[in-house]
Design a protein around this ligand. Sequence first.
Ligand code: SF4
Length: 247
Amino acid sequence: MNVNLELTDHCNLRCRMCSQSLREEAHGAPHRFMDFATWQHAVAGLSDLDDVTLCPHWLGEPTLHPEFDRFVEHAFAENVGNRRFRHFKLHTNAVIFPESRASLLTRLASDRSAAADTFLAIHFSLDAFSPGVYTRVKGADRRELSFRNVERFLEVRGSAARPVAHVAFVVQEENVHEAATFVDFWMPRLRAAGREPQLTAEWPAMDRDAVYLRRWNSGDQARADALHAAASAAVGLPVRPRAAGSF
Ligand code: SF4
């Protein structure tokens, strides 16, 4: 089961397609950061659950937490023999992703006190290619920074098998014309790691790097589906109808 322990509901971006960015109060209360005692207690409590995939986020940007590294290190230190969680995955916009964080996450993913596939993937939400489109879609001028951070993460990870990198692009009106350019930019950079990445318009596999053209959940789902189909066709992917229950 997926367990989302939300380190914060703050975010440093305001993406057009995200409910987090459209509300002042994501949970009907002022935005907050989780305190360390709550995290310790919650991680310890995972032992009572079966087959947990731990995700340290829900509506906000987890790396915005001032003690993100400490929290994640604690979770892995507690997970000897996978006694707390079976898998771990992270979603981030990569705006606050220095080399030290890339090194830490790569080290935790190779920690053999738990199963080798414990740290599954990092999902990098980029959603644009050009700086102008990035700023319109993401609500802030952080394209160069986030792209550079993802490229540096790939360098730091080197030939390590984990965590795999999913570079994601939510297809929408403002960026659909950049989908092929985005794919052409990222596929060679993922290949440079020495293994063939997946190009997909559905949820990526958890054992491979991927460029992911993601379907937008929209109030006008027919239009979102048409945009997703156009982007998929532009990069040679099959156009499939939206699966029932998908989000
Ligand atoms: S970065 Fe993530 S949480 Fe923040 S507004 Fe964008 S999609 Fe939402």
